[in-house]
Design a protein around this ligand. Sequence first.
Ligand code: PGA
Length: 234
Amino acid sequence: MKNIWIIANWKSNKTIAEALDWISLVGPKLPRKENLPAGRQVLKVVVCPTFASVEEVKKQVQVGNYPLMVGSQDLSPFDSGAFTGEESARILRDFVELSILGHSERRQNFGETDQMVAEKVKQAKSSNITPLVCVQNADGEVPEGCLLVAYEPPNAISSSGPNAKADTPKNASQTAEKLKQRYGNDLEVLYGGSVNSQNCKGFLLEDNLNGLLIGKASLDPEEFVKIVEEAASF
Ligand code: PGA
């Protein structure tokens, strides 16, 4: 059965209070497994808040028993120890099930390299956190042991400027196909970059794609719920 991942990447947005507001609005509206069409796909909805919010968000998700996983937007390439400012996988594992690694904003602004991303994948795996590695094109490096990637062309990301435009579903699908040819058919490929409730369907219809990584549109609870509902309708 095919997994469909709908992942909210909040980036450096939302105070803890705003994060909890979002959860209280989105959580109750997420489709429960028993209400989804049987046997066709497994819907996996994830929210990736800032480090400061993950614990409170996790608690609220547990209290509400919402069908929502919590992820982080990064984690340390090192184990716990003398690494000032880092959040290690071993610490994060209490709160997060997935971690976005190697996002283009981290590569551009924080000098993250493929080698660092590969170390982060190892750390994530050793703490049972699912690594989601972002690649910018079909030549992107997918570290060993990583089975979930997001294809995100940097100029499609909404924050890249006023000309940011989503890639076409066809091109995203072809890129996913090339990545699968390089790394095997077990690789799940998501698309990210200016996804919203208007254009999400085109990507969700592509067989080669396993869902979406959503930045700006995920900040708005109503918009995010619409995207999840679209994904749940297949
Ligand atoms: P966007 O960001 O949806 O705001 O374009 C996507 C991402 O950077 O993950």
